[in-house]
Design a binder for this molecule. Structure first.
Ligand code: MN
Length: 246
């Protein structure tokens, strides 16, 4: 199974979880919230070939971490996967949008300068603006919009711009999330958990629980759960051809 967006470094018992995550998941993308966290997590998680660490600077911590923006840009060259990056326009984080914009534009421009990256992108409350930035940088790579919660119109625009989507159990619990997922092209969707932030019955979702989206997506798309599972694997191989997924 695949978890294309989790914060494995932020579980209280992260190190103890690594062997189980490696055994149960073919592919886990650990997105990080700052360049320093990326370096530390890459070091500590090294040696687990099925666990991949993304280079990120999370928009929720933009104000605290803006001093790391040069480091973020410098590290893009050696990082095949970038995330978590993006913009958050929700009431709690709206005040830092000017700083968030500076960071997001800088990292997207560098992804483009380096020939493109696979990017895990946060867009809550700033969906149109994230799409504006992606539109301005058409060679930045493949944007995988994580837990997309925009309008149907914004979803349509994202699809037209070539975006992919990562979809988790928490997103699919709500009717809106299920309606958006139903409109996503199945060939551009991957499972995620967003754990430990996303939870199920008050407990953090574990990286191997991402696969539980398959029956819900199957119902939304008129496919069998087996067909959805197979398609998710095919999607991953298409997105990251050099990553071993056997
Ligand atoms: Mn996240």
């Amino acid at each position: 199974m695949i978890d294309f967006h989790c914060h494995l470094d932020l579980y209280p018992d992260a190190l103890a979880l690594l062997p189980q995550v490696s055994a149960r998941n073919l592919f886990t993308l650990v997105v990080t919230t700052s360049p320093r966290a990326f370096l530390a997590t890459s070091r500590v998680f090294a040696g687990h070939s099925r666990i991949h660490v993304g280079l990120g600077l999370h928009p929720e911590v933009a104000a605290a971490k803006v001093g790391e923006v040069d480091q973020l840009v410098a590290l893009v060259k050696g990082a095949p996967i970038v995330g978590e990056i993006g913009l958050d326009g929700s009431p709690r984080f709206r005040a830092t949008l000017p700083t968030q914009r500076r960071i997001f534009s800088a990292v997207i421009a560098e992804c483009e300068a380096q020939g493109g990256r696979v990017m895990s992108i946060h867009s809550r409350g700033a969906e149109s603006e994230v799409l504006d930035v992606l539109e301005k940088h058409p060679r930045a790579g493949v944007a995988v919009l994580h837990w997309f919660s925009g309008t149907k119109k914004e979803l349509q625009r994202a699809i037209e711009l070539g975006a992919w989507f990562s979809v988790g159990p928490a997103m699919l619990r709500g009717l809106k999330g299920r309606q958006l997922a139903a409109r996503m092209p199945s060939s551009r969707v991957l499972p995620e958990t967003d754990g430990p932030f996303a939870q199920d019955s008050g407990r953090p979702l574990m990286p191997w629980q991402a696969w539980s989206v398959c029956p819900t997506l199957a119902a939304a798309w008129g496919l069998t759960a087996d067909a959805v599972q197979e398609e998710m694997l095919v999607n991953l191989r298409r997105l990251l051809p050099t990553v071993p997924t056997a």
